[in-house]
Design a protein around this ligand. Structure first.
Ligand code: AMP
Ligand code: ZN
Length: 488
């Protein structure tokens, strides 16, 4: 007898309160997710890739569980770092933005990360100004002597809850700070213009937005005044997300602004955070060219998103070996499904092997449902692969292959690393490289036959190709186009 269990309820660890909570989106069936994207002043590194792949996997798992996930990931296209970089290179700041946002998009495409909306700060200045005006009107913000506008953290009673980093008793009342700001923790919503910097006109004079305000404005514009998941790397908890939360809840007067706060752990190298300023980065697109997107994804997902992940060549070598085993199992399962005789019933060892794979399928969901633990989910799948190779392949069990195939399909819906190794898709992908030139060759030969008026041979080629599911369309002027009529 086969034993079944229901799928576990999804639970997520909320940084706010640091508790494991049942996942229940605000709107039924829809998950609205905002992830803080990059400041585009340099090449993406694999630390960025770690964070974005982690949220991609979270999204994919929610989709697998039937949710409609809307994914917004912003681009910070105006910032001190961008301005400084432009100055160093003696180019316009827009050129910097253009160069590095291309690099970012290339990385997302290669890694198979499909974000729905990529809003940019400089395209939302009017909305940002409106938001700041509203905060001033509601008494949450003030204009400083410089013309900068600050958020007054004392007007929002929940300040510090997210990061635990707010200790008013420890405030150092430094003179220079307090000339400009009322409290050391107050943060800039609008930065007054300094000569040589880009600026926009505002009710407070020339200037540009502070960093945090963009995410409050752009998330609400595309996701609404409240949404489900807000993510980013753990370095963003304070001050970025603490400040976003304060100004948003103050402005909208609704709580919670965000239901679940999710933060990724650092990607490190020799134990140190990978970051531009430490000079220890590995550019993402270089890593993708060297290792392949799938292997990189598999490695990035081999650790739970909240933990630290340390880079090493050996770790990527190992990920390559795991990937080969997974692909081997996918191909073998596809082959058995095409060739094995379906068994009339299941008994003994075969039944036990099938049950083992079914249990792994449950193990996969249990791990993913428990705060998206891709590390344990992968372990469950590898357990099934072992069982499949040991018990199913030698017995040529159709049912064993069918369950392995199902498990790998669900695994790959999240991990996205098998690259067509699942059954016919793989063959089609491999053949596609040869099919096109071969067909073109046949068509060219037939065109030549027709030019020489050898019509019987040309017609025979046409009808034999039709028998293979290739349709030839002859256009006036002797041009012929081929088309595949393949189902599936
Ligand atoms: P930034 O380029 O600093 O604006 O960062 C963009 C996103 O990548 C943020 O969510 C960061 O937290 C994340 N990030 C940057 N470096 C790392 C790293 N070494 N490990 C994990 N995430 C990172
Ligand atoms: Zn942000």
């Amino acid at each position: 007898m086969l034993r079944w269990r229901g799928l576990p309820r999804i639970r997520v660890r909320n940084t706010l309160g640091n508790r494991l909570e049942d996942f229940e989106p605000l709107l039924p069936g829809v998950v609205r997710m905002y992830v803080c994207g990059p400041t585009v002043y340099d090449y993406m590194h694999i630390g960025h890739a770690r964070t974005y792949v982690a949220f991609d996997a979270i999204k994919r798992y929610l989709v697998l569980r039937g949710y409609n996930v809307i994914h917004v990931q912003n681009i910070t296209d105006i910032d001190d770092k961008i301005i400084n970089r432009a100055r160093e290179e003696g180019v316009d700041w827009r050129e910097i933005v253009d160069r590095y946002s291309r690099d970012y998009f290339e990385m997302l495409r290669s890694l198979g990360i499909r974000v729905h909306i990529h809003p940019r700060v400089t395209e939302h200045i009017a909305e940002i100004i409106e938001f700041i005006k509203g905060l001033i009107e509601k008494g949450h913000a003030y204009v400083a002597p410089s013309g900068s506008v600050y958020f007054d953290v004392t007007t929002y009673p929940h300040y510090g809850e997210l990061s635990g980093r707010f200790h008013p008793e420890q405030w150092r009342q430094e003179e220079d700070v307090l000339r400009e700001k009322r409290h050391p923790f107050d943060f800039a919503l609008w930065k007054a213009w300094k000569p040589g910097e880009p600026y926009w006109e505002s009710p407070w004079g020339r200037g540009r937005p502070g960093w945090h305000i963009e995410c409050s404005v752009m998330s609400s514009r595309y996701l609404g005044e409240q949404f489900d998941i807000h993510g980013g790397g753990q370095d963003l908890v304070f001050p970025h997300h603490e400040n976003e939360r304060a100004q948003s809840e103050a402005f909208f007067g609704k709580r919670p602004w965000v239901k679940y706060w999710l933060h990724t752990g650092y990607l490190t190298i020799s134990g140190e955070k990978m970051s531009k300023s430490l000079g220890n980065i590995i550019p993402a697109n270089e890593a993708i060219r060297k290792w392949g997107a799938e292997r990189l994804r598999l490695w990035l997902l081999s650790a739970h998103y909240r933990t630290q992940l340390d880079y090493s060549e050996e770790a990527l070598e190992q990920a390559g070996a795991v990937l080969e085993r997974l692909r081997g199992a996918a191909e073998e399962a596809g082959k058995l499904l095409r060739e094995a005789e379906p068994e009339p019933g299941l008994r003994g060892e075969t039944l036990a092997a099938v049950q083992g794979i079914v249990d792994s399928l449950y193990g996969f969901h249990e791990a993913m449902s428990n705060d998206f633990n891709t590390s344990k989910a992968l372990a469950a799948v590898m357990e099934a692969v072992r069982l499949f190779n040991r018990e199913v392949v030698p017995r040529e069990s159709f049912t064993g292959a069918a369950f392995m195939y199902t498990l790998l399909e669900q695994f790959d819906a999240v991990f996205n690393v098998l690259g067509g190794a699942l059954g016919p898709a793989r063959r089609a992908a491999e053949e596609a490289g040869l099919v096109e030139p071969l067909l073109q060759l046949i068509v060219d030969v037939r065109t030549e036959l027709r030019r020489r008026k050898i019509y019987d041979l040309a017609d025979e080629i046409r009808s034999r190709l039709a028998g293979l599911g290739v349709q030839l369309l002859d256009y006036p002027g002797g041009r012929t186009v081929w088309r595949l009529r393949r189902g599936g």
